[in-house]
Design a protein. Structure first.
Length: 162
């Protein structure tokens, strides 16, 4: 089970690749209420990709203990966003994995002992599990780069023959 932060789930949705990630994680992908709130914003600007996320991904509501941990963490951490912090707190308490494109969020999650899955690992695993061909992964990368305005270093993804 894995919690995907706003940035990474948005990147896959924009690239029309959310279904592949759901398949990879056997539909055990979650977002939190704060991540859901962050995903609402693009709707106000006319983007439709969050609707796909809301249809296909479950929302994990924090229990009272997780909510208390989140609020305490929020009061001590001014660097990370609310979605990232809530996702990390729930992932820690439930022993879930966490994924984000934000390096600071990834490092913070790791410092809390959470297993983190980065974008390159997801793309590489899509290849290794033969969910996608190299051409399909290259297409996902191209779509993410174009639609999410980011650059992805592909060396580690394609470094060895599968």
């Amino acid at each position: 089970m894995i919690i995907l932060d706003t940035d990474i789930i948005s990147a896959f949705a924009k690239a029309d690749s959310l279904d592949l990630v759901l398949k990879l994680f056997r539909n055990e992908i979650y977002i939190t209420p704060k991540i859901c709130e962050e995903l609402q914003m693009p709707l106000y600007y006319g983007y439709s990709y969050p609707k796909e996320i809301f249809k296909k991904v479950k929302i994990l509501t924090p229990n009272p203990e997780e909510q208390e941990i989140y609020l305490e963490t929020l009061s001590k951490n001014t660097i990370l966003g609310k979605g990232e912090l809530e996702g990390i707190c729930i992932a820690k308490e439930r022993n879930y994995r966490f994924s984000s494109l934000d390096k600071k969020a990834v490092e913070f999650a790791k410092s809390k002992g959470i297993k983190v899955v980065v974008l390159k690992a997801i793309l590489r695993t899509l290849l290794e599990k033969r969910i996608c061909s190299k051409e399909e992964v290259r297409s996902i990368i191209k779509n993410i780069e174009e639609r999410d305005n980011r650059t992805i270093d592909v060396e580690e993804i394609f470094e060895t023959e599968l």
